[in-house]
Design a protein around this ligand. Structure first.
Ligand code: TYM
Length: 332
């Protein structure tokens, strides 16, 4: 079976609908046809200031949400990045073949560092995409299922793998990106011009997987729409309404065009009601299962330790190949 690798940052106390639609839904489906490796990328999370106790808690919560959303930790490999040392080690080697200009062109760094100012941003935030490349390349991943915002980082990963191979001989697998058109980008409900984001500025615009029914419903009912009053899919002119239609289409597994016709002649209230019901029904069992898993942190930690062992075996073998290829002297 082809290998798949993907991951999420434990940078908030819950995942959100964007993470669910853009990544988790693909992961759940692909784990049956692929040898799947899913990571909670805590090394990435510390590229911006983090509270240590909070980071630990968020790491467990993220892992619990993967499982609650349907990732099977017996069948797939679900582990925490910092448990496998090879990630930081391969990242170092890849740092040395990445151009400064090339790294400077990463738009996520530009966006994230714009908030604090480039001078205040950490060098870790700058080299973040190179660590991401290491994650993927360590597992010889054939495919990386992600949302649209990760496209440029996977492109860099492909460039680095190809460059390494041409300099040092065939060593690394060049991965394909997998982004599903319909789920690639979920927008903030209050600000439908920007993506729904863990670090989003508008608390009312983000649908957290661990929100209760009431909070989800309230946020959906107050989603920003427009004054034109017609339910129609038109992302350019009607971003708010189109985002709601996309969400409903994704969760009901139907094409947007078909969902759109259900609301012929109906008002935005009807659309919001239907979206609220769909999101609440989707997240309720996931939330319940997550809380159940978090009730027994020792069991969760035990699962993560077993999975880290599996991940480490694959990663260490790749790192040995890389060290050998660049000419490091084997330790006797
Ligand atoms: P992160 O933690 O920001 O997001 C996790 C996944 O969710 C997707 N996503 C979205 N999809 C649709 N609409 C949205 N509004 C939305 N917001 C987030 C992301 O595209 C992603 O698939 N750098 C990565 C983590 C990472 C990684 C990796 C991913 C580290 N190493 C290796 C893949 C492979 C990140 O910050 O994702």
């Amino acid at each position: 079976r082809p290998r798949l690798f993907s991951g999420m940052q434990p940078s908030a106390s819950s995942l959100h609908l964007g993470n669910y639609a853009g990544a988790l839904l693909q992961w759940r489906e692909m784990q049956t046809t692929h040898d799947a490796v899913f990571c909670v990328v805590d090394l990435h999370a510390i590229t911006v200031p983090q509270d240590p106790a909070e980071l630990r808690e968020r790491t467990r919560r993220t892992a619990a949400q993967y499982i609650a959303a349907g990732i099977d930790p017996e069948h797939s490999t679900l582990f925490v990045q910092s448990h496998v040392r090879a990630h930081a080690e391969l990242a170092w080697v890849l740092n040395t073949i990445t151009g400064f200009g090339e790294a400077s062109r990463m738009t996520q760094f530009k966006d994230k560092s714009a908030r604090s100012g480039t001078d205040a941003a950490s060098v870790g935030l700058f080299t973040y995409p190179i660590l991401q490349a290491a994650d993927i390349l360590l597992y010889d991943a054939a495919v990386v299922p992600v949302g649209e915002d990760q496209r440029q980082h996977i492109e860099l990963t492909r460039d680095l793998a190809a460059r390494f191979n041409s300099r040092f001989g065939d060593t690394l697998v060049v991965p394909e990106v997998r982004i599903l058109k319909e789920t690639a980008k979920i927008y903030d409900l209050q600000n439908p011009g920007s993506k729904m984001s863990k670090s989003g500025e508008s608390p009312a615009g983000i649908l957290w997987m661990l929100d209760d029914d009431k909070a989800l419903t309230k946020k959906i009912k107050s989603a920003v729409t427009d004054s034109d009053g017609v339910v129609r899919y038109d992302p350019e002119l009607k971003p708010g309404v189109s985002n709601l239609l996309s969400i409903l289409a994704i969760l009901s597994g139907r094409p947007v065009a078909e969902v759109e016709t259900d609301f012929d002649g109906l008002q935005y209230g009807a659309l919001k009601g239907a979206v609220a019901e769909a999101v609440v029904e989707e997240f309720r069992p996931i939330r319940a299962r997550t809380l159940e898993l978090l009730d027994d942190p020792a069991e969760l930690d035990r699962l993560l330790a077993i999975n880290a062992g599996r991940a480490e075996e694959i990663a260490d073998a790749t790192l040995r190949r890389v060290y050998d290829a660049v000419g490091f002297l084997p330790r006797g």
